[in-house]
Design a protein around this ligand. Structure first.
Ligand code: BG6
Length: 496
């Protein structure tokens, strides 16, 4: 059944959004298109200004043209033609060097034209510049009146460097002014996970080790290095994806229900999960697989391997699969398999909750051995956001009892007939509203780095090369072997 959604547009107060790294990949691909979409939906107030700040020479018109070209490219047919002129009026370019204090004096003069606007500073640039930027903002009084500062991940390369950078920012901004963004928390299906778990009695009593066999979290991408070679080769899949996006998904699956979905209550529960993750022990090399893509085909397109794209030798992992456990009462002994990679077979992200089989089969031996399958709940993050529940039913028609697996499939797009906002659309305006529920608190980021530290050291100290996999595959075979050892299979291989 198709039914209109009851989506609401909640207006926000006048603001000035300042994007440092304002002509970078993230700003052009995600931040401006998201703000444009919000404007087209009527959510931006008349007095909202958006500044792109970068070091190179440039003027307003060239910047506006650049933003338009990228919005057109990334929004495709959704580009809101009618809203563009109004949005363009809001845009301005600032040539700024964040290491130069005089540039901040100029910035202050510009922002002082709208003294009551909420100020948001989005740091979409190298984290090594976060501290100095925060210090310069502070030195010019730009941290006052509840200004907010947004830190793009990953901040640091490990616990120590995260703490150093975060401390530098915290020396100039209060914790409640700092928004550590993980855009996965703004995705519709991720939010839906809370709705599904906490508003359906069907799931409340089966969400534990008694009923769940294992959990799989896959974030597969078809893209390769693109224009981010310098960044990606320094960070790799562990730091770029696992430390933040995948762990946050795991937290939302595994956390205890907070008594309310309020910012600190939710974050307290996620933190407990991160702290309960099993520390890495002697079996570390059996519990993780690092891979790197070689040339191959994605669909009909032949694509080069990582080293060829990079033009240099490198041990950076473009794929990780790992097995971990949440050592608490609820999840005792339940494996959580996490997997992410670039240049995989399809762009496809999902959380699979694999239930156990029924306690006793009333069916004959053949049915029990060949047809009876445990239930499976699949939350599709992208593409085609939705939820499916795999159930056993009777195979229809005469001929005696036979079982067959069937799906209850809910595609949000089809069901609710609505454009699904990009995760950044929600999060960028949450910052203006002062709602940090979907942002990471410092202690969460620390706990994530803490857990990951030994894994990073293990990989750094080992002389192994990442396992090769062909672009367009599902990663190295060792990732399959890792999960076969537990008598499980990745979802795309599991019987339908
Ligand atoms: C970013 C990573 O945080 O997330 C990228 O830095 C990755 O490497 C991207 O491609 C994936 O986001 P999405 O929303 O396209 O799944």
């Amino acid at each position: 059944m198709n039914q209109a959604s009851s989506a609401r547009i909640i207006p926000v107060d006048p603001f000035d959004y300042l994007v440092f790294g304002g002509t970078g990949d993230l700003a052009l691909r995600k931040l401006y298109p998201s703000l444009l979409q919000r404007d087209a939906d009527g959510q931006l107030p008349a007095k909202a200004r958006i500044f792109g700040a970068a070091r190179h020479d440039g003027d307003r018109q060239a910047f506006v043209d650049q933003v338009k070209a990228h919005c057109r490219e990334y929004l495709g047919p959704q580009f809101p033609e009618a809203a563009w002129e109004r949005f363009a009026e809001r845009l301005d370019y600032l040539r700024m060097d964040v290491t130069k204090t005089e540039d901040f004096a100029r910035l202050r003069d510009i922002l002082d034209h709208e003294p009551d606007a909420i100020r948001v500073y989005y740091l979409a640039m190298a984290p090594s510049l976060f501290g100095q930027t925060a210090a310069n903002l502070h030195a010019h009084g730009l941290h006052e009146n509840g200004a907010r500062i947004v830190l793009e991940k990953p901040v640091g390369r490990d616990l120590e460097t995260f703490q150093q950078i975060d401390d530098q920012v915290r020396a100039h901004f209060e914790e409640n002014q700092i928004y550590r963004i993980d855009h996965y928390l703004g995705k519709e299906t991720v939010q839906n996970l809370a709705a599904l778990r906490f508003s359906n009695i069907l799931f409340t009593h089966v969400w534990d080790a008694d009923y769940i066999d294992h959990v799989q979290i896959t974030v597969a991408e078809t893209v390769g290095l693109g224009e981010r070679a310098g960044y990606y080769d320094r960070y790799g899949a562990m730091r770029d994806m696992v430390q933040n996006h995948l762990l946050q998904l795991l937290c939302l699956v595994a956390m205890e229900p907070p008594s309310q979905l309020e910012q600190d209550m939710l974050r307290d529960e996620k933190l407990k999960v991160l702290r309960a993750l099993r520390p890495w022990g002697n079996t570390i090399s059996n519990d993780v697989v690092f891979g790197q893509y070689e040339k191959g085909n994605i669909g009909s397109q032949e694509v080069p391997g990582y080293l060829e794209e990079l033009g240099a030798d490198s041990r950076t992992e473009t794929f990780v699969a790992l097995r971990t456990y949440v050592d608490n009462w609820r999840w005792k002994g339940v494996p959580f398999y996490l997997r992410t990679g670039k240049r995989l077979a399809s762009r496809h992200s999902e959380i699979v909750i694999q239930f156990k089989n029924v306690a006793h089969s009333v069916f004959d031996e053949t049915i029990t051995a060949t047809q009876l399958q445990p239930n499976r709940l699949v939350l599709r993050l992208q593409p085609d956001e939705g939820v499916s529940l795999e159930l056993m039913t009777k195979d229809p028609g005469p001929g005696g009892m036979r079982l067959r697996q069937a799906k209850l499939d809910l595609s949000f797009q089809k069901e609710f007939d609505l454009h699904f906002p990009d995760a950044y659309e929600r999060l960028l305006l949450d910052v203006v509203r002062g709602n940090s529920t979907l942002f990471m608190r410092r202690d969460e980021v620390e706990a994530a780095w803490q857990w990951m530290g030994p894994l990073l050291t293990h990989w750094q100290d080992s002389s192994d090369k990442p396992r090769p996999y062909a672009a367009g595959s599902w990663g190295p075979l060792d990732s399959n072997y890792m999960i076969y050892k537990d008598n499980n299979r990745w979802h795309e291989e599991a019987p339908a």
